[in-house]
Design a protein around this ligand. Structure first.
Ligand code: UGY
Ligand code: MN
Length: 244
């Protein structure tokens, strides 16, 4: 039954909440044998793109001119770059620098979250090189000493990188200790569980599968609800002066 035009999705000046009922699949020239849902892009006011790519077995995500971060949500893929093959399973991820011909080939049907950003060079600092990781092997740390809120920093903490991607895991009932308002923007994919997200002056129920974009200075706060942990993957621009 249709929902008479109702949805939890919202499009506001400083944030987007996009729930799966409003996702529309499209094709991109860099995708062979697959389809994507583009969640954010410069067209929505973001300084990056983030999309979900569904690849058929044998499907390929070809390189683009921008640097790219790929995190495997489901299925098995090969990252082929610098004439080496890196096998990734769910929770595996790859950072492919701008200008590197890094392709992602699906060995099975696969779902990826893909983040792309034009690299902002920094004088005297070299561009990062290809980086492959596995979330489960990254040590977590308590955010501001709160053991119930664990952060995993997926990319090296290094000035070379102009963005960061972290996972944040909340025990049921835990929350951010403050309303954050900051210059960085965020792309956020809910991976597990759910709760209440404050975005701007609105409070939204959110659950696994939802996508959120927060513009710079968007007031933000999250509290985990329910009996299972809540977890999200979060992007932010990082390590660069606001004047460029
Ligand atoms: O890294 C962050 O700014 C993070 N704490 N923000 C958030 O979870 N909304
Ligand atoms: Mn934040």
């Amino acid at each position: 039954m249709h929902k008479l035009g109702q949805t939890r999705s919202a499009n506001r000046r400083d944030h987007l909440l996009l729930t799966p009922d409003t996702f529309v699949r499209t094709l991109l020239p860099c995708v062979e044998r697959g389809a994507v849902v583009v969640h954010v892009s410069p067209a929505s006011g973001a300084g990056f793109t983030q999309y979900t790519a569904d690849l058929d077995p044998g499907g390929v995500l070809n390189a683009v001119s921008a640097q790219r971060f790929v995190y495997v949500l489901a299925g098995d893929v090969d990252v082929v770059a610098d004439s080496e093959i890196h096998k990734l399973e769910p929770g595996g991820y790859a950072y492919v620098p701008a200008g590197v011909d890094g392709r992602v080939k699906a060995r099975t049907a696969a779902r990826l979250t893909v983040i792309e950003k034009h690299y902002e060079p920094l004088a005297g600092v070299e561009q990062p090189v290809l980086f492959i990781g596995e979330e489960a092997r990254v040590e977590s740390s308590a955010l501001n000493g709160d053991e119930d809120l664990q952060v995993r920093t997926l990319l090296p903490d290094d000035l070379q990188f102009d963005f960061a991607v972290n996972t944040m895991s909340y025990r049921p009932g835990s929350s951010l200790s403050q309303v954050e308002i900051h210059v960085m923007e965020h792309g956020l994919l809910m991976l597990e569980g759910g709760g209440i997200y404050r975005l701007g002056d609105s409070w939204y129920p959110v659950t696994a599968g939802d996508f959120i974009w927060m513009a710079p200075y968007c007031p933000q706060w999250f509290g985990a609800l329910g009996k299972t942990a809540a977890k999200y993957l979060i992007y932010k621009n990082w390590n660069r002066h606001p004047l460029g």
